[in-house]
Each structure stands twice: as C-alpha cells, then as structure tokens.
Design a binder for this molecule. Structure first.
Ligand code: ZN
Length: 438
C-alpha cells in the first residue's frame, strides 16, 4: 500500500469501528478513578488498562511508584501523597525495526464528580447526540482511549510499524500531582517524542502554562464593639485582598513579558474559594474572626512558585496605601499544591519535523489545516517530560467541554478524528517496516 492508500484504509477502519471505539471510551469513564489527595482510586482503571493492552499483544509494565529508584529523592517529587495500590502502567506496541519511538502519556485519575447536578450520572459514560458524558470523558480518558484505538487500528490493518509505540497511564496528576509522570520518566522508557492527550480541542500545544494554588488566611478582631473598641473584620480584609489580586491580574497582563506561544491567552490570576467566619452557622452575630481565600496563579516557562509569590508580595507592598484593612490585617500565604511548572518542547530539528508531520497529518484528517501551534491555556504534567527527561512532549487531544464540572463530555466526532490523526502520526513518525526513512 502506498501512503495515500494507508490513509484511506485508516479512514475506512474508523467508519467500521466507531461503535467499538465509543464503547472503549465509555468503559474507561465507567471505571471510576477519582483522585482524593493524599490517596487515589486509580487501581481498577490501571488494571483494566493493562489487561486491554496485554490483549492487544503489548509488552506491559504495571508497577508501583515505590519500586522506582530515586523517585522520592528527586527534586520534582512532591512528598505529600500516598501511593499504596496506585500503580502506573505502560505498554509497548510494534517496534520491529529501527523507526523512531513515540509515547502517548496521560493521567488515569480524575477530579471528583462535584456537587453540581448532572444530567446523566457522572460515571455512566452515557452517549447522547454525539457526546459521551461523564467525569473524565474529556479530561482525559477520551484522549487515552483514542491512543489505544489508534494502535488497534494499525494492528487490525496489519501495518508493520517500525518504531516502538508506548501508551502510558500514570496516577495522580490532578491537584498538582504529577509524581506519576515523574515516576514514568525515571523508570522509562523515554522515547523520541511524546504526545499528551489532554483535552486540547484538537489544537496542537507545543507548550503549556504552569500554575499553582495558594491560600491566604486572615485573622481579624472579632466581636461587637459595645465599648467602641476597634474591631477588624477578617471578611472585609479578605475581600480587599481579593480586589488586590484582581488588580494584580491586570498588572501582570500589562507588565509581564509574554512568550510568543501565549499572545492570545495570557497567564491569569483566578479567585477560587472564599470562607469567612463560622461557616457551620447560618446566623452570625459578630464580625468574622477569620477569612480564607484560595487562588490560582498561572505562569510561563521559567517561572517558579516562589518567584510568583515574591512578585505578588512586591505588588502588595506597592499597593498597600489603597487597601486600608490590609494595613491592619496582613495575610499569611502558603501553597496548597506543588507549583506545576510551565514548559515547552525543545526547539530542534526533531521537534520541528514532528510538528510539521503533525500539522500535515492533521490537515489530511480534518480536511483543513489545524489551528497554528500555540501555548495551552492550562497547566499539566508535560513539564515532567520537557524539564526532567530528554523526551519532548506535545499536548494534543480531543474536543469536548465542562472539564472538572457537571456534564463533562467528549465530542465523539473529534474523538474519531483524533484516532485517525494519531494513527497517521504513528505511521509518519515511527515509520513502516520495509519502508524506513533514515
Ligand atoms: Zn488532565
């Protein structure tokens, strides 16, 4: 078969195997794998993943993070999690010759179902009107199912891929985890290139944002001023700090140097939660003694969590004259999760070639050129590849919506296009036996 015939056969295969592809994505959603730091419920999902790959003749490595030498001592390891019964798994497919190697790597865990009302039960994997609903369908079981089905497509078509193709499912990415991805880099393999199927809405992200969550706590002076004494509302101080963070967001957008990947979507400061006073009682009869504000700040490659907070304090001190309550009630700030570094693929001939073939194969599958490569608007674990291994990582995943919210869904048309796109990338990057390029 020549190259165009291969593409035609992939397209035909997808038309004939849509039902099976949807069933796999739905099954992955049905195996609940919620992360509850410091523990997580990924085990059953990981075992299913391992069994599925074994049944497809992969060489499978299912291992405990405790068995990875050097993990706990690594500078990027976050030592606040429990990894009992939370194995990583990686499968190796193909690789009969000398082609380049490629890994699809994604996280097994999801955030919890939340307190909002779902139209369909969150672990049902319900398919309705071109959408597959459920927690993790979009972030990121749909993308991982696409990687598995791309491999299966090439196997079914008996296309002898020359390089090794790996599919890796890691534990503990949500809530600033990423230790599972680090364990994968230390254990290996570390192939020539990696794709992270995080939901990118079919966009090609050679770089991703970083970010961290911090908590600011305030202690006021509570009570009722019967004698006219000065009291300090921690709630008012917390609100002033929230306003200061909003001003800081504007300040950063105007003053931070923006790497070219992010001209359309700059790093943000986001308010997450606010608590004040005794939240267990509806009636409050005094000024609140305490206030807490959780917030998220994003960063570009090269930034650190410490650097971001030092910059925030510098802004705080420069603006204090505008915030009278903060002068009396200073926040304590501490990180709630590790800072997830931003990162980008290194810029060399190999990554340039990979990006080019990814764009070309995307054009073939989508019937139009994909959107130009840009920086992702979200943080992820890609930095464990780009900063702590020799494998550059590209983020490319399906379309959908409502990530981390109710009615999370995977867009099925994009899922089927992504399976074909991945299959085309495997052929062009890893080569076909008897047809190897040098
Ligand atoms: Zn994710």
């Amino acid at each position: 078969m020549n190259r165009d015939e291969l593409s035609l056969s992939i397209n035909r295969w997808m038309k004939e195997n849509g039902t099976e592809a949807i069933a796999l994505a739905s099954k992955l959603v049905q195996i609940e794998s919620v992360n509850h730091p410091p523990t997580g419920h990924e085990a059953e999902y990981q075992r299913y993943f391992a069994e599925w790959m074994s049944a497809q003749n992969a060489e499978v490595d299912l291992y405990d993070l405790a068995d990875v030498p050097g993990l706990r001592e690594h500078t990027a390891y976050m030592n606040t999690r429990n990894y009992d019964n939370r194995p990583n798994v990686v499968g190796r497919f193909f690789g009969g010759g000398t082609g380049r190697s490629l890994m699809f790597s994604g996280h097994a865990d999801t955030v919890y179902e939340g307190t909002e009302t779902w139209t369909y039960p969150p672990f049902s994997g319900t398919v309705e009107s071109g959408k597959l609903y459920g927690r993790g369908s979009y972030d990121m079981k749909g993308g991982m199912a696409a990687a598995l089905m791309a491999v299966k497509c090439l196997q079914d078509l008996n296309i002898p891929i020359a390089g090794n193709v790996y599919v890796e499912s890691v534990v503990d990415e949500e809530h600033g985890g990423a230790n599972g991805t680090l364990a994968g880099r230390l254990r290996g393999p570390n192939p020539d290139m990696a794709i992270i199927p995080e939901p990118s809405n079919m966009r090609v992200y050679p770089a991703h944002l970083g970010g961290g969550i911090w908590k600011a706590t305030f202690t006021g002076k509570s009570g009722i001023a019967f004698a006219g004494e000065e009291l300090i509302s921690a709630l008012e101080a917390t609100i002033e700090f929230a306003n200061l963070l909003r001003a800081y967001n504007d300040y950063r957008k105007e003053n931070l140097e923006v790497p070219s990947w992010w001209h359309d979507r700059k790093a943000e400061v986001t308010l997450l939660t606010i608590f004040s006073g005794d939240v267990t009682r509806e009636l409050q009869e005094k000024l609140p003694e305490t206030g807490e504000l959780n917030f998220w700040i994003e960063g570009y490659p090269g930034m650190t969590g410490e650097g971001i907070i030092a910059d925030l304090w510098a802004f705080y001190n420069s603006q204090l004259a505008n915030y009278p309550l903060l002068q009396k009630c200073k926040p304590q700030i501490r990180p709630l999760i590790r800072y997830l570094s931003a990162s980008e693929m290194k810029n060399d001939d190999n990554t340039a070639r990979f990006l080019e073939l990814t764009t070309n194969s995307g054009t073939k599958v989508l019937g139009r050129p994909p959107e130009p490569p840009t920086g992702s608007p979200f943080a992820c674990d890609g930095f464990m590849f780009n900063l702590y291994s020799d494998t550059p990582a590209l983020v490319l995943g399906p379309s959908g919506g409502n990530a981390h919210a109710a009615d999370e869904f995977l867009d099925i048309a994009s899922y089927e296009a992504l399976i074909q796109w991945y299959a085309e990338i495997i052929i062009d990057w890893c080569g076909v036996l008897g047809n190897e390029e040098v």
